[in-house]
Ligand binder design. Structure first.
Ligand code: ATP
Ligand code: MG
Length: 587
């Protein structure tokens, strides 16, 4: 995270104070606790930057904990990809771990302990089994302004509660028939404090533990236990958990009474929770449920579709870990919900790629240009036609790989008198101030020579199919020997050696800034029908063997990345990360 005033945010100050007060036992320990029920998205990336970033800043540990306490939608595919994406973002988990690898925890490995803690609460009269239906439960719980009513089971004896709880565990009851509740305060203005549910019955197999359990702990019970038993000092989460904080502290108090808090460096570690605003980005959706819907209904090509706000989608789109981290740092950490403009993210990736991406020439909407006098210096009477024979004259153009970085070197590109240019770089009847290719007008072919258009050939529909003209043999390299000025410079690809490539041009996935404005069931109607356009392009020879995920600036066009899945040597596929056009100015 970059050192700036905004990065001295309240979470950082909070941790600084605890370190100074000696409350961490010498090690700041944080955790990132995703549920393995989907791929992580840019919002999670923000939490990753905060959780891992704070641990890094204080020389501590950040645990990766898969919060796999809700068996229905979890899988190893998700678990593995969460790990892959966090590593790709540039973060490493560390700490003891629960036995599989350092710093890594599966919350489900604590089910035995959580169960034992629940029994302890029952024995202490701090939890009871309740068999109200869902509707009754809500009705008894009431509204914040008015105290709730106690469940008829509230005063059942600990012995009887223990018996029911064990029967729940042993599968004697159906889903929803009974649950375990904490006995706290039915009159609390905070309704999360009104005897919240700790355990519920779910006859669903767990992706790791199979049918071992048919009761599963609720998040509010499991999370503080996981934090406490892992020795986490600072547990950061999003604002919606703020109202759950008293319950978090209640559970930690009970663990303290049971003598279960970790002692480190002579200090008893009491985990604390604090909340920050979630990251929201306009023109997309971020809930995993909605992202899953886009995938399963085929609106996108998968979780890693380059239009998705997932970390894997952004990787495939050509975003860099550095640009994503920079974006998260610039959005900052705050207590106030806000919406970020995707243009800031685009600005971040442009800033980085402008410095680092090799320049290449690619023509996305190609039209052929024939230089009629090409080679004429060797055989003055030769008239060139389209489809030059292979023995045609070839010269070599040398261009820098990156004008901002001399150490990136140069590359050689063949130039054989027939080239592709972008259709938009030609106008048969030029508008005012159109300094590119037009009949009677001179234009510089990037790095090669000055070319003067003489005319074009059109098909029966009036579409230009071929452009003709001549080059100035005294302009090799791009400048006229007599010093005359040529205003426009355009890029090109040599027809004989250029390589055909599939190029995918992406736009926003939704046409609305807030696709959820009519509710989550309506968001599909705002899908942008033109969010993907695939074109057949020609690219310079050096791009034929682009490695998957290699990033480039296509001159005058944008930043592109070789597709991670589909690009092949000789048949490259490129995804447009962003255009070059940048109207955004960060404040
Ligand atoms: P979603 O609502 O998108 O399905 P979630 O909150 O259920 O996400 P988890 O896997 O439970 O996803 O989240 C792991 C961590 O990431 C949590 O600490 C959560 O607060 C944080 N997180 C999730 N979404 C965002 C976001 N948009 N901005 C910041 N942090 C987020
Ligand atoms: Mg969640």
């Amino acid at each position: 995270m970059s050192e700036s005033d905004t990065s001295r945010h309240f979470l950082r100050q909070w941790i600084e104070k605890d370190v100074a007060d000696g409350r961490t036992g010498g090690t700041v320990v944080t955790r990132f606790p995703p549920e393995p029920n989907g791929y992580i998205h840019i919002g999670h990336a923000k939490a990753v930057c905060v959780d891992f970033g704070m641990a890094e800043l204080f020389g501590g540990e950040c645990h990766l904990r898969l919060d796999d306490t809700n068996p229905t939608k979890e899988s190893d595919e998700y678990a593995e990809n969460i790990k892959k994406d966090i590593r790709w973002l540039g973060f490493r988990w560390s700490g003891a771990g629960d036995g599989t690898e350092p710093g890594f925890y599966n919350a489900s490995n604590m089910f035995d302990t959580m169960y034992a803690i629940a029994e302890n609460l029952i024995k202490a009269g701090q939890a009871y089994c309740c068999n109200l239906t869902q509707e009754e439960w809500k009705e008894y719980r009431g509204v914040p302004e008015k105290p709730g009513r106690p469940s008829p089971s509230r005063d059942t004896t600990p012995e009887r509660n223990l018996q029911i709880f064990r029967e729940m565990r042993d599968g004697k009851y159906a889903d929803g028939e009974w649950c375990l509740r904490a006995k706290i305060d039915m009159a609390s203005p905070n309704i999360h404090f009104r005897d919240p549910v700790l355990y519920r019955i779910r006859h669903v197999a767990h992706y790791h533990l199979g049918d071992k359990w048919c009761i599963y702990p609720m998040y509010d019970f499991a999370h503080p236990i996981e934090d406490a038993l892992e020795g986490v000092t600072h547990s950061m989460c999003t604002l919606e958990f703020e109202v759950h904080r008293p319950l978090y502290d209640w559970v930690v108090d009970r663990l303290d009474e049971m003598g279960l808090l970790v002692v480190r460096g002579g200090v008893k570690i009491r985990p604390q929770q604090r909340e920050f605003a979630r990251l929201n980005i306009t023109s997309t959706v971020m809930s995993k449920r909605l992202l899953l819907q886009l995938v399963t209904e085929g609106h996108v090509a998968g979780w890693d579709d380059p239009r998705m706000p997932t970390v894997c989608g952004m990787r495939r789109r050509g975003y860099t870990p550095g640009a994503i981290r920079e974006f998260c740092a610039r959005v900052g950490v705050s207590k106030v919900e806000s919406e970020s403009d995707p243009a800031l993210l685009e600005w971040c990736v442009r800033e980085e790629l402008n410095q680092t991406a090799p320049r290449r020439m690619a023509v996305l909407d190609p039209v052929r240009v024939v230089i009629d006098n090409w080679g004429a210096e060797d055989s003055p009477n030769a008239v060139r036609t389209s489809n030059l024979n292979p023995a045609r004259a070839v010269k070599t153009v040398e261009l820098p790989n990156n004008p901002l970085d001399e150490s990136a070197g140069t590359r050689q590109i063949p130039f054989g008198g027939e080239i592709w240019i972008d259709r938009a770089d030609f106008m048969e009847v030029p508008e005012k101030k159109f300094f590119r290719m037009a009949p009677g007008q001179e234009v510089r072919l990037r790095g090669a020579c000055i070319f003067k258009c003489t005319g074009c050939v059109k098909d029966e529909t009036g579409r230009v199919v071929e452009i003709h003209g001549t080059w100035d043999p005294d302009s090799w390299g791009g400048n006229a020997a007599d010093g005359r000025k040529v205003k426009g410079t355009i890029h090109w690809v040599d027809c004989a050696t250029g390589v055909k490539a599939e190029v995918r041009l992406y736009d926003r996935l939704f046409t609305e800034k807030n696709p959820l404005k009519d509710g989550p069931s309506e968001f599909l109607k705002y899908l942008n029908p033109d969010s993907l356009q695939t074109v057949s392009a020609y690219v310079e020879p050096a791009l034929a063997a682009a490695e998957p995920l290699a990033r480039f600036q296509f001159e005058r066009t944008g930043y592109f990345v070789a597709d991670e899945r589909d690009s092949r040597p000789g048949a490259p596929v490129f995804n447009r990360t962003v255009t070059l056009k940048d109207s955004y100015r960060p404040s």
